[in-house]
Design a protein around this ligand. Structure first.
Ligand code: MN
Length: 318
């Protein structure tokens, strides 16, 4: 999925409070954004309060939304640099196409991971004959400086480690959790976990105290250390926390993200993660002039256009 927010405010990772030195429970309201065809998402990261959680620099909660045949996701070819896109599918089906030639359907319980590195072009489209509900989390992982110019790549992970504990079905999406390691190839210490309970569940979970963490409720309502959490709010947990109590009384789904605080300052603008404004200007020029970035085969959708650089606004509004 893409950042189609054409206000295109620049998000600077250092332009928010520093990671606190003790655990916190900080509520952050997600912003609602439209990503095309009336499909709205709740954008929890970046926000003015938190630009990143570990290397996770973008977190959209998409849906659940129901679509008829011919509707759904229709994101035309667009570029990325400096990041990995991480798609966690909860319901629905989306086809990924990229300039490397990968064409991959992602289905519920599966992850698509695209490493943009020095530059990639992709499109995401609901299959032509598909109808139903789309519910997904779309995340970006900032690549560290040593890896951000690496060759682009795409990986599909159909089977993820699953642990059942005290009523929760725990799917390890990235990194290590509950002694299980996800297969996703990542380049910074990080974790991503999905917790799902069909009904009442209560568990105490070990966290890596070197990581900062945040929880997002994707469905239902959870109680986190006495804080009620429902969709639309990110609960930032801070660092130096070695366990967390999670409970719910009915069908609930939560997403945990975390990682070592990302020490490098990054700039996020449109679909680019960079270090300097000059890099963003060059990537935008390259895309709009059809240089550097290659075309995506077998996709007839129009290319997305980068916002005007005149709109490049260093003061974020959200
Ligand atoms: Mn994209």
């Amino acid at each position: 999925m893409s950042n189609s927010d054409h206000s295109a405010h620049l998000s600077n990772s250092s332009d928010c409070p520093a990671c606190p030195e003790s655990p916190v429970l900080e509520r952050i309201s997600a912003n609602t954004k439209e990503i095309g065809d009336g499909f709205t998402v709740r954008r929890a990261v970046p926000s003015v309060k938190r630009r990143m959680v570990g290397p996770w620099c973008f977190l959209d909660h998409a849906g659940p939304a129901t679509f008829g045949v011919g509707e759904g996701l229709n994101v035309g070819p667009h570029p990325h640099i400096g990041l990995q896109t991480f798609t966690w599918m909860i319901s629905g089906e989306v086809m990924h196409y990229d300039n490397l030639g990968y064409q991959q359907l992602v289905r519920p319980g599966q992850v698509n991971l695209m490493t943009a590195g020095s530059g990639i072009t992709h499109a995401e489209v609901s299959p032509a004959d598909w109808s139903g509900e789309i519910h997904a989390a779309q995340l970006w992982i900032a690549l560290p400086d040593s890896e951000r110019n690496r060759a682009p790549n795409f990986q599909h992970y159909p089977d993820l480690p699953i642990v059942e504990q005290h009523g929760f079905i725990i799917t390890v999406l990235a990194g290590e959790f509950c002694g299980r390691t996800a297969p996703a190839e990542v380049f910074s210490p990080l974790v991503g976990v999905d917790f799902f309970a069909e009904t009442t569940a209560k568990s105490k979970l070990k966290l890596n105290p070197d990581f900062e963490h945040a929880l997002l409720c994707l469905e239902g309502e959870a109680n986190i250390e006495g804080e009620s959490l429902a969709p639309g709010t990110l609960l930032y947990l801070g660092k130096h926390r070695d366990e967390i109590s999670i409970s719910c009384d009915s069908k609930t789904r939560l997403l945990l993200v975390g990682g070592e605080p990302f020490e490098e300052e990054i700039l996020v603008w449109w679909n680019f993660v960079a270090r300097t404004k000059d890099e963003i200007v060059k990537a935008t020029d390259d895309w709009n002039s059809q240089r550097h970035f290659k075309a995506v085969p077998d996709v007839s959708l129009a290319r997305l256009t980068a916002p005007k650089l005149g709109d490049f606004n260093p003061k974020p509004s959200n």
